[in-house]
Design a protein around this ligand. Structure first.
Ligand SMILES: C[S@@+](CC[C@H](N)C(=O)[O-])C[C@H]1O[C@@H](n2cnc3c(N)ncnc32)[C@H](O)[C@@H]1O
Length: 256
């Protein structure tokens, strides 16, 4: 049933449409429209979605791995450093198969961390991968699911330690919440702190480039402390909605 939400954008109108299909309580629909920055909203969402199906099914916001693999996998074809695995983090992973697919398909050894603020989503994924026993292409690769508020990413990872961060719908969810704008800025700031200088943050979103590029360019610059290059590519159109891949790469700041 959750798959019926596939490809739907985060705008209020579409959330209402998806919630009608999912037969969510109207109070959950209201919560999703205004409070997608809140842990309690997502706990309720994943608890209600999973209680409706006897067998686990990944839930994908917008689309799945197939739609975005060409943006992700080329970034994981060369090792940027000599010390072990490439490090990848899916921030706000929910119960998406994105992280497990990266783990499965990456030729080089990769350590994929799927992080979410909702312990319910994290538990569902831990149970799912245990049952499914996904085999990685590279036997040195690792996959983990952690309950983590991504506004504290830097507490979990050291500076300059992550190669790739993927964000499918998470920043959108924060930016569109009543009290989430500041949180989205904090998450971006934390991502830039933990990314290697050769690393990349990819945000998959339906937000128009006029708005998102301006926001990224403003939020990712702190003169003398943090700077980043920002770009955008079109992912494609699905059911009349255009989706984008925003790339953010940290720029080395030369201390004066
Ligand atoms: C729109 S859903 C996207 C889920 C998933 N990425 C996908 O593609 O299906 C947003 C996700 O972000 C998570 N989230 C919201 N705020 C968060 C935070 N501060 N830290 C980590 N995860 C967060 C929610 O629990 C939810 O799973």
């Amino acid at each position: 049933m959750a798959s019926l939400l596939k490809c739907l954008s985060l705008s209020g109108r579409r959330i209402v449409a998806s919630c009608v299909t999912l037969r969510c309580h109207s109070s959950l629909t209201d919560e999703l429209i205004e409070n997608m920055d809140k842990k309690t909203t997502w706990d309720r969402f994943y608890a209600e979605s999973s209680s409706r199906t006897p067998t686990f099914k990944n839930f994908e916001w917008f689309f799945g791995f197939e739609a975005v693999q060409d943006f992700i996998m080329p970034l994981l074809q060369t090792k940027s450093h000599s010390d072990g695995c490439l490090k990848v983090v899916d921030i706000g992973c929910g119960t998406s198969a994105l992280g497990p697919c990266i783990y499965r398909h990456c030729l080089l050894p990769v350590w994929v961390t799927c992080a979410d603020i909702s312990p319910i989503a994290v538990r569902l994924m831990q149970e799912h991968v245990q049952v499914k026993a996904i085999q990685p292409h590279n036997l040195s690769s690792q996959l983990e699911f952690v309950e983590l508020d991504c506004m504290r990413l830097h507490k979990y990872y050291g500076s300059n330690s992550v190669d790739l961060i993927v964000d499918k719908g998470t920043t959108d969810a924060l930016l569109r919440s009543k009290e989430g704008k500041g949180k989205a800025g904090l998450v971006l700031n934390q991502c830039l702190k933990v990314l290697r200088s050769s690393g990349t943050l990819l945000q998959f979103s339906d937000e128009d480039p006029d708005a998102r590029l301006l926001w990224l360019e403003t939020e990712a610059q702190e003169p003398g402390v943090m700077e980043a290059d920002v770009g955008v590519q079109e992912v494609g159109e699905l059911r009349g909605v255009c989706y984008y891949c925003y790339q953010v790469t940290p720029r080395l700041v030369v201390q004066q």
